[in-house]
Design a protein around this ligand. Structure first.
Ligand code: GTP
Ligand code: MG
Length: 555
């Protein structure tokens, strides 16, 4: 549904037809949903969370008769959809039509015998399916389709890219290979829903929602699941009760700060996951961070999860990116290429540090797209003008209002190809005056830096914060140097020659680390110098330089 996850769905429809739009096969997939009304971010979230509540996960024996499994489960209710995947053994995700089918199943299944281990009697929606008579039943094994939950390795991607006929189609191939699939999105929402089962034991109204790249249309297969505990319902009720001559409110524990309350809640939920959660391992409480969180690995779904407490601004950032990602198919294609490029060249890293984050990088792409002429995506101020009453949100004193209905946003008149946009992106940031200017998505303009951080990207909602404060000068310089080198490679690109030579070309050439010698070359490259002559001149100069000699001696 919605925008997120346009991956080819191979969901089996057992019994009732799975409700989904008809799909066209192939690379045009990206545009196949253009004519269907795009759902708002909130609609997608609500639908997916509800679907996850009707879903269970079953670990299956390696020799499986899929049809028999479904038959067995059908005695508890209609199965709306299902799929199988491999994650340290075969697993089946089953979506029932009705939630009460799960209760019926839970009543019927047994509890593991406590011979070797003692079990915590918490009944979840994770099950193990076993064959009573493995030998005879194994004979009934049928071939099953396993839906992939990870993307192909970069070297296989490069191979695929070489067969495309333009950089633009290379970028769509990368998008199709890396983006979250329908099945993977379902698993992500299921992981949140399973955590909610614990939170609900204490806070019956609470919801656990995914945010970040799982839902902002920029998620790549294998990325972490960012989730937060939302007590929104409780806040809503507080305003409702104010009518009439009387007032009633709950007696609640009072604490000196919201932060302390969040720390206490996360600590308890973290302990629950650690002590009672089937397959929740490596639970780590990081309560002293700027944003307190619990990290854990959820083995049944295979996800690394980050759980925090309701952060309305982060969800607004996710919604804003969702809107941008849905507006034009070029947006996601460009972001995936840039992110992949940054990863290959060591500009981003999964460990925290002074590198640019994927989040910052995505914002830089958005800013670049706002700056095109005509612009490909609107500024945040323009989205705010389109907002109606229900879109008005002020969170912690910050105005977070912007339109939620995608159909109100006029499509862009910009027709530039992705071939052009990719090159221009690197050209633009290769020459950006980072010393003087900052990146402001609300205005869609460079503005003077308010302070001296090397890279300053305004938090779109908390206007006094820089989302890339962590980036230091050397990392920024590395980014600029790589961007220049890349722009240069794309300019001199001779596709035909490269194809004849059987060399990776276009996007494929950018996905191979440039190598030490290239890195030295580009350090000296000045804007405007790019001809082969000067390049070789620089190379010969360098051969004579002291550092090269030193290296030659060391070898
Ligand atoms: P990947 O996980 O790298 O695919 O991308 P992500 O967008 O999910 O990033 P990450 O998991 O690091 O963070 C999750 C979300 O937290 C982001 O999407 C943002 O909404 C928010 N976030 C992350 N870093 C920052 C930051 O420095 N400032 C602000 N304001 N929000 C951030
Ligand atoms: Mg993330």
């Amino acid at each position: 549904g919605g925008c997120a996850g346009r991956g080819q769905a191979r969901l089996g429809s057992s019994g009732a037809a799975v409700q989904r739009a008809p799909r066209t096969a192939g690379a045009e997939e990206a545009d196949a949903e253009v004519n269907i009304r795009k759902k708002t971010f909130a609609e997608v979230q609500t639908e997916r969370l509800e679907q996850a509540e009707r879903t269970i996960l079953i670990k299956c024996p390696s020799k499986l008769n899929e049809k028999k499994l479904l038959q067995y489960l059908s005695s508890h209710g209609n199965i709306k959809s299902h799929f199988l995947f491999e994650n340290r053994g075969i697993h089946a995700l089953i979506e029932f039509s009705e939630k009460n089918s799960i209760a019926s199943l839970q009543d019927a299944v047994g509890i593991p015998s406590a011979v070797e281990h003692h079990v915590v009697p918490f009944k979840s929606r994770l099950f193990t399916f076993m064959l009573k008579n493995p030998v005879s039943q194994a004979a009934e094994e049928t071939p099953v389709h396993l839906s992939p939950q990870s993307h192909i390795p970069v070297k296989d991607l490069i191979q695929k890219l070489c067969h495309a006929d333009s950089i633009s189609s290379q970028m769509y191939i990368l998008l199709n290979e890396y983006q979250l699939t329908e099945e993977n999105i379902r698993l992500r929402f299921l992981a949140c829903s399973l955590v909610r089962d614990f939170a609900r034991a204490y806070f019956p109204d609470s919801v656990v929602r995914p945010f970040g790249s799982s839902v902002n249309t920029f998620g790549k297969l294998g990325c972490d699941v960012d989730m937060f505990l939302d007590f929104h319902d409780t806040q809503k009720r507080a305003t409702k009760m104010k009518k009439g001559p009387f007032e009633m409110e709950y007696q609640m524990k009072r604490l000196p700060s919201e932060r302390l309350a969040n720390q206490k809640i996360l600590s308890v939920i973290g302990d629950c996951l650690d002590n009672f959660g089937p397959g929740c391992v490596s639970v780590q409480k990081i309560l002293n961070a700027r944003c307190p969180l619990v990290k854990f690995s959820h083995q049944p779904t295979g996800f690394q999860c980050d759980l925090s407490v309701s952060n309305s601004i982060a969800i607004k950032s996710s919604e804003l990116l969702y809107i941008y990602g849905c507006l034009d198919s070029r947006v996601r294609a460009l972001v995936f290429s840039v992110r992949c490029w940054a990863r290959v060249h060591g500009l981003t890293n999964s460990a925290p540090g002074n590198w640019i984050t994927n989040f910052s990088l995505t914002m830089m792409v958005m800013f670049f797209l706002q700056k095109r002429s005509p612009p490909i995506i609107p500024t945040l101020d323009q989205l705010k003008v389109l907002a109606d009453d229900k879109d008005m949100h002020v969170i912690g004193g910050y105005d977070c209002s912007f339109v939620s209905d995608l159909s109100k946003i006029k499509p862009t008149e910009n027709t530039e190809t992705l071939d052009v946009l990719l090159g221009e992106f690197f050209e633009y940031f290769g020459n950006f005056d980072f010393r003087k200017n900052s990146i402001n998505l609300r205005k869609g303009k460079e503005v003077n830096k308010p302070e001296s951080s090397p890279l300053y990207i305004w938090n779109p909602f908390e206007q006094d914060l820089n989302i890339s404060k962590n980036v230091n000068q050397p990392q920024l310089e590395k980014f600029v140097a790589m961007a220049r080198e890349t722009a240069w490679i794309l300019q001199k690109e001779d596709k035909t020659q490269r194809m004849i030579n059987k060399e990776p070309w276009g996007l494929a050439a950018l996905m191979i680390p440039f190598g030490k010698s290239n890195h030295n070359k580009m350090k000296n490259r000045v804007k405007g110098i790019g001809s082969e002559t000067i390049r070789s001149l620089l190379d010969s100069l360098k051969l004579n330089s002291a550092s090269s000699l030193q290296k030659a001696v060391e070898k």
